[in-house]
Design a protein around this ligand. Structure first.
Ligand SMILES: N[C@H](CCC[C@H](N)C(=O)O)C(=O)O
Length: 294
């Protein structure tokens, strides 16, 4: 058995996150370990954020992101806030530069405990998202679900925040849509060769919206940070909102997204520690720290 690694079960306004400390070791958290941790109610998660030693000069850590189905993800905004909170508590540092599959990103813990993550710049090209066929304008792509003559959801905006997102605009209450039924079909639709995170968004003012997300590789979640970023970028692009928007998420928490003039998208919100333990990164066998809160 491989030696165990410390972890913290945390959440980013309800997005269930495991922060795994893989520093100083060469192995990775396996898909099998992810599946095992997700199968246990106490450690069920949406994403694992595995902190590794830096690979690139100028960065402090490399963060590998796994979904609960064991697949990898390029971006996870809520998870990055959990990583920052854990590292800030350990080191006393407030600002960090990380590397992920999607590139280099900066993050900062504020005096009030909230954390901002620079999620980088959005991409709108159909090949960058990616989509399986050419769409010159990804502000609205042809895709619908439900009866052909009366689609339930249709014409989403498509955006890459490092990871692929489709945003369906709705006028009614986001809870009145069966996202648990349509989510898996849309996530795996052939138009998305790398699958996609599927969000329904109701714009409530030029500065606010309500979102629900079916996440690629994780299903319905209480919040999805990169989807919040994708939704604001897509809303601003289609003149539904301005570039600074608060988003109410299914867990009841609020995220704030600002699409800055320099094109960077800044995600701000809270993170919360739940308990700590140690686990075997190859099997997912785990134990709670005895001094950890229940
Ligand atoms: N919960 C994450 C998103 C994970 C995205 C992942 N589901 C994927 O792209 O495969 C967030 O806060 O941004």
């Amino acid at each position: 058995m491989a030696s165990t690694a410390p972890f913290a079960k945390m959440n980013g306004i309800g997005n269930e996150i495991i922060v795994a400390d893989m520093r100083g070791r060469a192995d990775k958290v396996t898909a099998a370990a992810a599946l095992a941790l997700n199968a246990d109610a106490a450690t069920r998660f949406d994403q694992i954020m595995a902190i590794h030693d830096a690979k690139t000069p100028g960065t402090a850590y490399y963060v590998d992101i796994l979904n609960s189905d064991g697949t990898g993800a390029q971006a996870c905004g809520n998870g990055m806030r959990c990583v920052v909170q854990a590292l800030a508590a350990e080191t006393g540092q407030k600002t960090f530069t990380f590397e992920t599959r999607a590139g280099i990103l900066n993050a900062r813990e504020h005096a009030d405990g909230t954390i901002s993550v620079d999620m980088g710049i959005p991409h709108f090209g159909w090949q960058e998202i990616p989509l399986a066929e050419e769409f010159r304008d990804t502000r609205m792509i042809e895709l619908q679900i439900g009866p052909i003559d009366a689609p339930v959801l249709h014409s989403p905006s498509a955006v890459s925040m490092g990871n692929p997102h489709a945003i369906f605009w709705v006028d009614r209450d986001v809870w009145s849509y069966e996202l648990e039924r349509f989510g898996p079909l849309l996530e795996n639709h052939p138009i998305f060769p790398e699958r996609a995170n599927i969000t329904i968004a109701q714009v409530t003012s030029p500065e606010s919206m309500i979102i629900r997300t079916w996440e690629r590789g994780a299903g319905l979640t209480k919040a999805c940070g990169s989807a919040a970023c994708a939704s604001v970028v897509a809303a601003a692009r289609t003149r539904r909102t301005g570039r600074s928007v608060s988003l109410l998420t299914p867990g009841g928490g609020t995220l704030h997204v600002e699409w800055r003039d320099d094109d960077h998208v800044i995600l701000t919100g809270a993170a919360e520690w739940e308990f700590s333990g140690s686990f075997d990164p190859s099997t997912g066998t785990w134990a709670r720290d005895t001094e950890s809160a229940a």
